[in-house]
Design a protein around this ligand. Structure first.
Ligand code: PMP
Length: 418
C-alpha cells in the first residue's frame, strides 16, 4: 500500500506544527483504511461514515420492503423509517414541515422538477429567468428548456474576476418580468459562498420566486430555510456523506400544492379511473414509482451523524484547511489560485504554469492525491474567466493538513515533470 507522504512527515514529527488531524477521520472506513490516499474530491462526492453504511445494510437485512403499501409489518417498518427520514431532513434544513420535502435523485432532478412543474405556472412570453454565470450545468440547462417552452429569456448575472457575483449586475438584470431567480448557494468550481439570503430578499421584493442550488452547501453550512427565505432548495445526499441516488427538493407548501405533477404513475395518485385521475397531496404527488428507500434511510443516518457533531468545530476545521491550503499553494511558483472570494467554502481551484488541468490531475493521481480537473460542469463560468478549466481540490471534514501537504508535495513533483 502506498503511504501518504504528508502523513509520514507528520508522524515523524518533522512537521508537527502543521499536523492538524481530523477528529472524524476514523468514522469513514474508506478514508481511515486507504492511508495512501489524500481524497480531495469532496465537491464531486463525499465518502460515507460507518453510521451510514450500517444504516443502509441494516435496512436491507432487517426491514427491506416496499413503502406506503402497509399490508404487512415489514412494509410498515420500512414506511415508518422512510417517513422518519423525511422528518429528519425537514428538521435539519428548517423546512416548515416534512410535507415540504420531496425525495429526488439529487440536486439535478430537484431543479428539473421545479423547471418542469413550477415554471409553467409563472412563465409567459417576454418574462425572464435569472441565473448566474457561475452556475453548474444542472442549474442552467433546465432553465434554458423552460424558457424556450414559454418564450421567456434566460439572463445570467456576471461574475467578478475574484469569483464573486456581480451584485450590481444582479440588480440590473432583475426586473418586474423576472419570474424565477435560480442561484447556487456555493459555487462548485470556485467555492464562492453567495449571499443567498440577501439576494432572495431582493428577488422576492421584485416578485420573483427563488430556487437555491444547495448541492455544495449542505455538507459545510448549517442551512436554515426560514432564515434564507427562498421558495425552493435543492441538494444531493451524496455530497453530504449520504449515499448516491438520493437528495431532495424542499419547496414552499403552497407552491407545491399549486404545481401539477411532473412524473406520473404509481404512488403519486389518489384515485385513478380510465377517464381521469386525482393526485395525492405533496410531497407524494411528485414521487411517482418506488422511491430510493435505502437512500433515504442512509441520508437520515448522515443527518443524524452531522447533527451529533459540533458543527461550528467542523466549519472551523474546514476553514483552517482552506486557509492552510491557500497559503501553501500560493507559495508555489507559477501556480495561480482561481476564485478568491471573501466568503469561501473549502474548495480550491488552481492553474499551474500553463499546464493543462487534466495533466496536473493525472500526475497528482499517480501520487495518491485525488482531485478533479476540468470545467467542473460550469462551462459558462470557465468561458467568463477565459480558462479551459482548473484543478480543484475540495475538502471534507475528514481531511487534515497532512492531505494538504500531500497535495503540495505532489504539485511540486508534477511541475518538475512537466
Ligand atoms: N449543483 C452544484 C453546484 C453541484 O456541485 C452539483 C454536483 N457537482 C450539482 C448541482 C448536481 O448534483 P447531482 O449530480 O448530485 O445531481
Amino acid at each position: 500500500m502506498k503511504t501518504n507522504p504528508a502523513t509520514s512527515v507528520a508522524k515523524t514529527g518533522a512537521a508537527t506544527t502543521r499536523w492538524n488531524p481530523s477528529p472524524w477521520r476514523q468514522d469513514f472506513p474508506l478514508i481511515a483504511e486507504q492511508t495512501g490516499l489524500a481524497y480531495l474530491d469532496n465537491a464531486a462526492t463525499t465518502q460515507k461514515p460507518t453510521a451510514v453504511l450500517n444504516a443502509v445494510r441494516a435496512y436491507y437485512r432487517e426491514r427491506n420492503a416496499n413503502v406506503h403499501r402497509a399490508a404487512h409489518q415489514l412494509s410498515d417498518a420500512a414506511t415508518r423509517a422512510f417517513e422518519a427520514a423525511r422528518e429528519k431532513v425537514a428538521a435539519r434544513f428548517g423546512a416548515s414541515s416534512a410535507k415540504e420535502v420531496i425525495w429526488t435523485r439529487g440536486t439535478t432532478e430537484a431543479i428539473n422538477l421545479v423547471a418542469a412543474a413550477y415554471a409553467p405556472l409563472v412563465l409567459a412570453e417576454g418574462d425572464n429567468v435569472l441565473i448566474s454565470r457561475m452556475e453548474h450545468h444542472s442549474n442552467i440547462v433546465p432553465w434554458q428548456i423552460a424558457c424556450s417552452r414559454f418564450g421567456a429569456r434566460l439572463r445570467a448575472v456576471a461574475v467578478l474576476p475574484n469569483g464573486e457575483l456581480d451584485l450590481d449586475d444582479f440588480d440590473a438584470k432583475l426586473d418586474e418580468r423576472t419570474k424565477i431567480v435560480a442561484l447556487s448557494h456555493v459555487s462548485n468550481a470556485l467555492g464562492t459562498v453567495n449571499p443567498v439570503a440577501d439576494l432572495t430578499a431582493r428577488a422576492k421584493a421584485a416578485g420573483a420566486a427563488v430556487v437555491v442550488d444547495g448541492a455544495q452547501a449542505a455538507a459545510h453550512i448549517e442551512i436554515d430555510l426560514r432564515a434564507l427565505g427562498c421558495d425552493f432548495y435543492a441538494f444531493s445526499g451524496h455530497k453530504m456523506y449520504a449515499p448516491t441516488g438520493i437528495g431532495a427538493l424542499i419547496g414552499r407548501q403552497e407552491l407545491l400544492e399549486a404545481m401539477p405533477p411532473w412524473q406520473t404513475g404509481g404512488e403519486m395518485i389518489e384515485h385513478v379511473r380510465i377517464e381521469a385521475t386525482t393526485y395525492a397531496p405533496p410531497p407524494f404527488k411528485f414521487e411517482a414509482g418506488t422511491p430510493n428507500i435505502a437512500g433515504a434511510i442512509g441520508l437520515a443516518a448522515a443527518v443524524d451523524y452531522l447533527n451529533d457533531l459540533d458543527f461550528a468545530r467542523v466549519a472551523s476545521h474546514e476553514a483552517d484547511l482552506l486557509a492552510y491550503a491557500t497559503a501553501s499553494l500560493n507559495q508555489i511558483n507559477g501556480l495561480r489560485i482561481v476564485g478568491t472570494a471573501g466568503n469561501k467554502s473549502p474548495v480550491l481551484s488552481f492553474l499551474a504554469q500553463g499546464a493543462h488541468p487534466h495533466d496536473i490531475g493525472a500526475l497528482l493521481d499517480q501520487q495518491g492525491v485525488a482531485v478533479r480537473a476540468g470545467h467542473h460542469c460550469a462551462m459558462p463560468l470557465m468561458e467568463t474567466l477565459g480558462l479551459p478549466g482548473t484543478v480543484r481540490a475540495s475538502f471534507g471534514l475528514y481531511n487534515s493538513r497532512a492531505d494538504v501537504d500531500a497535495l503540495v508535495t505532489a504539485v511540486h513533483k508534477a511541475l518538475s515533470l512537466l
